[in-house]
Design a protein around this ligand. Structure first.
Ligand code: DC
Length: 218
């Protein structure tokens, strides 16, 4: 039995921290799917590719090596902004989505399953995931959290970038950021990170026991 957990939501809502927590708590293999878009963005910047050159962008997606991504080079707003621009390109998404599905299906025996977080995991990448969470929070609170993480940026600048990115992620034609119909919504605006993790863990425990009951019945 291998469990799949899909976590989606906007930047700064806490989905990454929650996904890491759940991966340790329930022994799940973790993938932050945003890193694949960020790595594609890094390559786009490095190679000077035009974000409108869709043929070249598909090749860039093929170059993304899921096993060799240096996260420390990708956590800045420049990369984040280019990531959300290239994320509108369907051919690039197709290639990256396939890499994510391969990750989620090849689960080594030492794990109980996988947890993937991003923007379209529950809707597109793993539509049959056992448990789906959509983590959200007020945009001002998300901007404040991000500003604390990135000590060189001002709150106003981060808030503007978050608004712009949310707009782009929510309104793109392919796989827009959205809660799946069967996702459980967790609003972290008034929660500490510990409280949010605890709530998410309760949902996963409940979801896992329901899956086990269903498996026994069928
Ligand atoms: O979660 P993040 O901030 O690292 O994501 C960077 C960008 O990648 C985000 O603006 C949208 C895109 N993305 C996406 O389109 N689909 C995903 N599953 C994950 C990220």
């Amino acid at each position: 039995m291998s469990f799949s957990v899909a976590i989606d939501g906007p930047a700064g809502a806490g989905k990454g921290t929650i996904a890491k927590f759940l991966s340790e708590e329930f022994n799940l293999k973790h993938l932050d799917t945003g890193l694949l878009y960020r790595e594609a963005a890094r390559l786009v910047i490095q190679e000077g590719v035009d974000v409108l050159d869709v043929v070249h962008l598909e090749k860039i997606a093929e170059k993304v090596n899921i096993n060799n991504i240096a996260e420390e080079n990708l956590r800045n707003e420049k990369v984040a902004s280019v990531a959300s621009q290239v994320a509108v390109v369907p051919s690039l998404r197709r290639v990256l989505t396939q890499k994510m599905r391969d990750f989620a299906t090849k689960i080594e025996k030492k794990y109980q399953g996988a947890v993937l977080d991003g923007r379209d995991v529950g809707t597109v990448v793993l539509p049959d995931a056992d448990i789906k969470l959509y983590i959200t929070a007020d945009e001002q609170v998300r901007a404040l959290r991000r500003t604390k993480e990135l000590d060189e940026e001002t709150l106003e600048k981060v808030l503007e970038e978050i608004k712009q990115r949310d707009r782009r992620d929510q309104h793109r034609e392919v796989a827009p950021m959205n809660a799946a119909d069967d996702a459980i919504i967790l609003d972290t605006t008034f929660l500490s990170i510990d409280e949010a993790c605890e709530k998410a863990a309760k949902i996963v425990t409940q979801g896992m026991s329901e899956v086990l009951v269903k498996t026994k019945i069928s």
